[in-house]
Design a protein around this ligand. Structure first.
Ligand SMILES: C[S@@+](CC[C@H](N)C(=O)[O-])C[C@H]1O[C@@H](n2cnc3c(N)ncnc32)[C@H](O)[C@@H]1O
Length: 486
């Protein structure tokens, strides 16, 4: 029944979208067909992709990289200006100029990290919410925490912003809601070069490189993530990747970022995110995320010795320390009296000596091991735990549940006990409740994230150990000025 209702509202949405000029027609000249029963059907269709985002958009024909696949006219975008046309809302907001975007924005992520800060924001906003005559239930701190994860106000004005569904537009830093455009699921920028089986004539490899080196100026939640390597970008490729608002056609235009075969899910890059950021902003993470970063605690002196931003000192998903992490450690692990003389080498990414390199790699190995040993569970245990969570989610019988849980002393048992699952029939029924499924989903995401983190550290240990072996066998402590090719 619920599914039927959802299908019905989706149909109405697509029909309404056609009426207001949203279209997936590949031709930008074609006039919108207001009589059509759906804005989709020429390039895309709504489909289910259980392993990558659930509901999303599928190619209904082969799509070529760079093709226009969806156009959403400016008049269909929901922005601050549109919302401000609601007079009571506008009057109330203008009476509370102290509510800034950052204040509420902070509360979004502070909900997990600093409840105190969130509570402060809630108290500041409560008088406005009362004036808006919001339902009493919506005035609670709990409701605030939930809402602040999806709604945000912008500078003295209102910007109702469903953060995981908001697109960047140049005229309003609060972004906009984009009907139908918000049905695209996410793929990390950079992935297309590795994943796509190119069904068409293969393109010039250097131009592919250019396209993928770009991080699109595109963000669902308004955090601008653009990072262009200006020298490398071919303006045509820039325009042809993903999407953005285009003044000349007064529409938000979406383009195929790569070639797609009929039936494949068409994905979009909302920006460059680590898995932790994806989890915070969008509630999911990727098995393989080329933009993931593992951070390890570093002595404050390491940061103060160099001018690189803190967040550039990390470990890549393949286990290699970042260029800046290595450089900073090379400098820090050089005796203080010699640091000044090697500074220029460090900044150019050069290795200083075999001895220094061995010390650096050894330091990383030791510290990664310390972190891994602090975890209560090992990598293997986490893998087993994930398989168990999957089985628990697979509608098991009381006996199966008991058997599954008996294999666990730790986390799974604590979870089962605190959630009342160790109760035969009742436990199994509970397991199937919506709320329990949500708990399990979140638990699984947390385990997946920490497993990914641990694997990166383990790969880093393997990488650094190999480097130590290599330099030890060279047995050379003289200066070797090889340019680091990372
Ligand atoms: C802009 S919406 C995309 C459409 C959405 N799936 C829907 O049904 O309306 C963004 C949300 O989709 C989900 N999502 C998008 N890409 C995903 C991916 N690669 N894996 C898992 N979930 C994803 C997340 O819940 C995210 O917050």
């Amino acid at each position: 029944m619920e599914e039927e209702e959802e299908e019905g509202s989706l149909e109405s949405l697509l029909k309404w979208a056609a009426e207001i000029g949203i279209s997936d027609s590949p031709s930008s000249n074609r006039p919108p067909s207001s009589s059509s029963s759906s804005c989709l059907g020429q390039s895309l269709s709504v489909s289910q992709f259980p392993d990558s985002g659930g509901r999303g958009l599928a190619a209904i024909r082969d799509l070529r990289k760079g093709e226009l696949i969806l156009r959403v006219p400016k008049s269909a975008l929901i922005t601050t200006q549109i919302l401000l046309k609601d007079q009571p809302l506008s009057l109330s907001i203008n009476k509370h100029p102290s509510l800034s975007s950052t204040q509420v924005n902070d509360a979004i992520w502070a909900a997990e990290k600093a409840t105190v800060k969130a509570e402060f924001d809630w108290k500041e906003a409560i008088s406005l919410m009362k004036e808006l005559k919001l339902n009493r239930r919506l005035l609670t701190f709990r409701a605030w925490l939930w809402a602040s994860a999806s709604v945000k106000f912008d500078n003295f004005n209102i910007c109702l912003k469903i953060s995981s569904r908001t697109l960047h537009v140049p005229w309003d830093n609060a972004g906009c809601l984009c009907p139908v455009g918000d049905l695209f699921n996410y793929a990390a920028p950079g992935e297309e070069d590795f994943d796509s089986e190119d069904p068409f004539v293969s393109e010039d490899s250097s131009s592919r490189k250019n396209a993928s080196s770009m991080q699109v100026n595109f963000s669902w939640n308004g955090d601008t993530t653009e990072q262009f390597d200006v020298e490398q970008i071919d303006p045509n490729l820039l325009r042809l990747t993903d999407g953005g608002y285009e003044d000349n056609v007064s529409a938000y235009c979406f383009y195929a970022r790569r070639n797609y075969k009929k039936g494949e899910q068409v994905l979009l890059s909302y920006g460059t995110y680590t898995n932790l950021e994806l989890l915070e902003h969008y509630g999911f993470l990727l098995d393989k995320n080329p933009n993931d970063k593992a951070f390890i605690p570093l002595e404050p002196e390491i940061y103060s010795l160099c001018s690189w931003p803190k967040d550039s000192l990390y470990i890549h998903p393949n286990g290699k320390p970042s260029f800046t992490l290595l450089s900073a450690l090379r400098l820090w692990l050089t005796p203080p009296s010699q640091r000044r003389s090697v500074g220029h080498l460090v900044y150019s990414g050069s290795q200083l000596s075999a001895k220094n390199e061995i010390i650096v790699m050894g330091w990383i190995v030791k510290n990664c091991n310390v972190i891994l040993n602090k975890f209560v569970t090992s990598i293997e245990e986490d893998k087993l735990l994930l398989r168990t969570i999957d089985k628990m989610q697979d509608f098991c019988t009381p006996a199966e549940l008991e058997r599954l849980l008996s294999a666990f002393e730790g986390e799974a048992r604590v979870f089962a006990e605190t959630k009342g699952l160790i109760n035969g029939e009742t436990g199994v029924n509970l397991l199937q409740s919506r709320q329990m499924r949500r708990y399990m989903d979140r638990w699984k995401l947390a385990v997946q994230w920490r497993l990914g983190y641990k694997k990166t550290l383990a790969d880093c240990i393997a990488y650094c150990s190999k480097e130590i072996d290599k330099f030890s066998s060279e047995n050379d402590s003289t200066m070797i000025i090889t340019h680091n090719s990372m």
